[in-house]
Ligand binder design. Structure first.
Ligand SMILES: [Mn+2]
Length: 270
């Protein structure tokens, strides 16, 4: 079974709030009537038919980050204990750390395919170890994943380059974008694959509804092509950092929904 969980977390965002509003807005694309309910391979994707919507976690932003992380870990563990595959809508990117923590207790040798403008590898950002700028530092230092691949990156600074080397991350920087090389690399990964998609991996012309606009990103088509070429065992995915407050005519919400449909079709394959 495929399940959807909304994690409306905002309090680890460093710059502006908004991603907590995203899960409901992406869901509206499914039920609003304007969208086609099919992935491009013909898979019908509809709530109650193809996937079960678990609703949103009730995130209490007055609690400390570790308590909220534990709440997310418990919810994810419970959702996957019947061997369901889970897609989560964030929320800011901080949610990927507790999601992958829960998955790592069920699966070993996880590979992560991470789409983002930013590497999110800061050891310590604004004195918040659970910041949305740091989830992949926490994941890698706790050895929750065997290998991390990043695609769409265009903001590497000196510190994060050091972190890339420390954690042996394979980074496909946007300035060297090569679709074929990415597809080939992903096909060679062995072990279960988790996909984390920060919507700001996309160019702001495709996805303006994000908190951190970083020009020079992926086109929606590039991302869809990479997803559609994946033949690995995929164990789950997240779509994070959509900020409805900066969106235009819900176009980014529709892009997120389109990506969700392709992810569901992929999760149904094996
Ligand atoms: Mn980002």
């Amino acid at each position: 079974m495929i399940k959807l969980l909304g994690i409306p977390s905002d309090f680890n965002s460093s710059f502006m709030q908004g991603p907590a509003l995203a899960p409901d807005i992406i869901r509206q694309m499914d039920i609003g009537g304007s969208a086609n309910p099919y992935a491009e391979d013909g898979t019908r994707v509809k709530v109650g038919e193809t996937y079960t919507d678990l609703g949103d976690l009730n995130i209490d932003s007055t609690l400390d980050a570790q308590t909220v992380n534990n709440q997310i870990i418990t919810a994810v563990a419970s959702a996957i204990k019947d061997d369901s595959k889970l897609v989560c809508f964030g929320g800011d990117h901080s949610v990927s750390y507790p999601i992958i923590k829960a998955l790592s207790e069920k699966y070993s040798s996880i590979n992560i395919l991470h789409f983002d403008a930013h590497p999110d590898l800061y050891h310590n950002f604004q004195d918040n170890p659970y910041s949305h700028a740091s989830p992949f530092a926490r994941i890698m230092e706790n050895e929750l994943a065997t290998f991390l691949t990043q695609v769409g990156i265009r903001t590497l600074d000196k510190h994060q380059r050091t972190q890339v080397e420390k954690f042996n991350v394979k980074v496909f920087e946007m300035k060297d974008f090569d679709l074929k090389a990415i597809n080939e690399h992903v096909s060679q990964l062995t072990g279960p694959l988790y996909i984390s998609i920060d919507i700001d991996a996309l160019d702001p012309s495709c996805a303006p509804g994000v908190s951190h606009h970083e020009p020079g990103g992926l086109f929606t088509r590039d991302l869809l092509t990479i997803i559609q070429n994946i033949d690995n065992e995929v164990i789950g995915a997240d779509i994070v950092e959509l900020n409805p407050k900066t969106d235009i005519n819900k176009m980014t919400a529709m892009v997120a929904y389109k990506i969700f449909k392709e992810l569901v079709a992929l999760l149904m394959k094996k």
